[in-house]
Write a protein that binds this ligand. Structure first.
Ligand code: C2E
Ligand code: MG
Ligand code: MG
Ligand code: MG
Length: 286
C-alpha cells in the first residue's frame, strides 16, 4: 500500500516536472523571435529619497508583451533566458533601451531632475566576455554620464566564483558606473567578500520589509543591514515598501531611500513621468 502511494506520488511529481520542462521549452523557443519582434518592454519604478522628497532614480524592469496583449512578468522567462544564453541578447537590449529612456528624461526640460537608472543584470551577462566592451560602447555612443547608471546584481549569484566576479565588477566600476547588490540579505554573503566587492550600495530585500511592522526578527535584520551599510560607507535602499509604517521604520533606522508599491508599481515610461509630476508635493508633505 505504502509502495503504491509512493509510486503515484512519484508519477505525479514527475508529470508536474514534465509540465515545467515543457513550458520552459515553449518559452525558450519564443524568446528569440520575441526579441526580433520587439515584444519586450521596460517598466520603471521610482526610487525615492526621503530626505529630499524626490524621485532620485528609477529601476528598469522588463516585461514581455506578447502579440495577444498578455504581459508576461520576468519571473516566467528570465531564468529560461539565462539557461539558454539568450539573456545576453535580451540584456543588451534592456541596457540600451534604459539608457535611451534615461537620456530622454534628462533632456525633458527640468534640468534639476536627472534620475539615476538602475538596471538588473544577470551573472551570465557579467561573465560574458562581450559584456564590458558592450557597456563602454553604449556609454560612449549615448554620451550618458556613467554614474547615473546603476547595475543591480543579485546577492546569491555574486558569491559563486567570487574572485572572478570581484575582478569583473572592478572593471565595471572603472567605467564609472555604480553597482548595487540586489536582494541583499537572502544570499548569505561572506562579510569578507563584502569588503572586497567594489559596490556602491545594498538593496535590502523585500522579504525583510514585508513583515517589518510585526516581526521582531525582520526588524532586527533590517537594522543590522542598514548599520552594516553605514559602517562600510555604502549606500542603502529598502525595496518593497508598501505602507507608511514601513517607511517610517526604515527612515528611523537611517535608511533614506526607498522603493515600493506604497509609492508606485513599476510603470510604463509615460505614466512614470505623470506620476513624478503629480506626486512630488505629496511626498514632501508626508
Ligand atoms: P528585483 O530586481 O528584485 O525587482 C524588484 C521586484 O519587486 C519587481 O518585480 C517589482 O515589481 C517588485 N516590487 C517592487 N516593489 C514592490 C512592493 O512594494 N510589493 C511587491 N509585492 N513587489 C514589489 P518584477 O518586475 O516582477 O521583477 C522580478 C525580478 O525579475 C527582478 O527582481 C529581477 O531580479 C528580475 N528582472 C526584472 N527585469 C530584469 C532585467 O531586465 N534583466 C534581468 N536580468 N532581470 C530582471
Ligand atoms: Mg533589481
Ligand atoms: Mg534581482
Ligand atoms: Mg530585489
Amino acid at each position: 500500500r505504502a509502495k503504491s502511494s509512493a509510486r503515484s506520488r512519484f508519477l505525479y511529481f514527475s508529470s508536474a516536472m514534465k509540465d515545467t520542462i515543457h513550458r520552459r521549452m515553449l518559452i525558450s523557443k519564443d524568446l528569440k523571435p520575441a526579441l526580433l519582434n520587439k515584444e519586450f518592454i521596460l517598466h520603471y519604478q521610482p526610487q525615492i529619497d526621503l530626505t529630499r522628497g524626490q524621485t532620485v532614480g528609477t529601476e528598469a524592469l522588463i516585461r514581455w508583451k506578447r502579440p495577444t496583449g498578455e504581459i508576461v512578468p520576468p519571473f516566467h522567462f528570465i531564468s529560461v533566458a539565462e539557461s539558454s544564453g539568450i539573456i545576453n541578447d535580451i540584456g543588451r537590449w534592456v541596457f540600451s533601451e534604459a539608457c535611451r529612456q534615461a537620456l530622454e528624461w534628462h533632456a525633458m526640460g527640468d534640468p534639476s531632475w536627472k534620475p539615476r537608472m538602475a538596471i538588473n543584470v544577470s551573472m551570465r551577462q557579467v561573465h560574458n566576455p562581450n559584456f564590458l566592451p558592450f557597456l563602454s560602447h553604449v556609454i560612449r555612443d549615448y554620451g550618458i554620464e556613467p554614474d547615473l547608471l546603476e547595475i543591480e546584481i543579485t546577492e546569491s549569484l555574486v558569491m559563486q566564483d567570487a574572485e572572478r566576479v570581484i575582478d569583473l565588477l572592478k572593471k565595471i566600476k572603472d567605467l564609472g558606473m555604480r553597482i548595487a547588490i540586489d536582494d541583499f540579505g537572502t544570499g548569505f554573503s561572506s562579510l569578507n567578500y563584502l569588503l572586497r566587492l567594489p559596490i556602491d550600495r545594498l538593496k535590502i530585500d523585500r522579504s525583510f520589509i514585508l513583515n517589518l511592522e510585526t516581526d521582531r526578527r525582520s526588524k532586527v535584520l533590517t537594522e543590522v543591514v542598514i548599520q552594516l551599510a553605514q559602517q562600510l560607507e555604502l549606500g542603502v535602499i529598502a525595496e518593497g515598501v508598501e505602507n507608511q509604517q514601513q517607511i517610517e521604520l526604515v527612515r528611523s533606522m537611517g535608511c533614506n531611500e526607498v522603493q515600493g508599491f506604497f509609492y508606485s508599481k513599476p510603470l510604463p515610461p509615460d505614466d512614470l513621468i505623470t506620476w513624478v509630476r503629480n506626486s512630488h508635493s505629496d511626498i514632501n508633505n508626508s
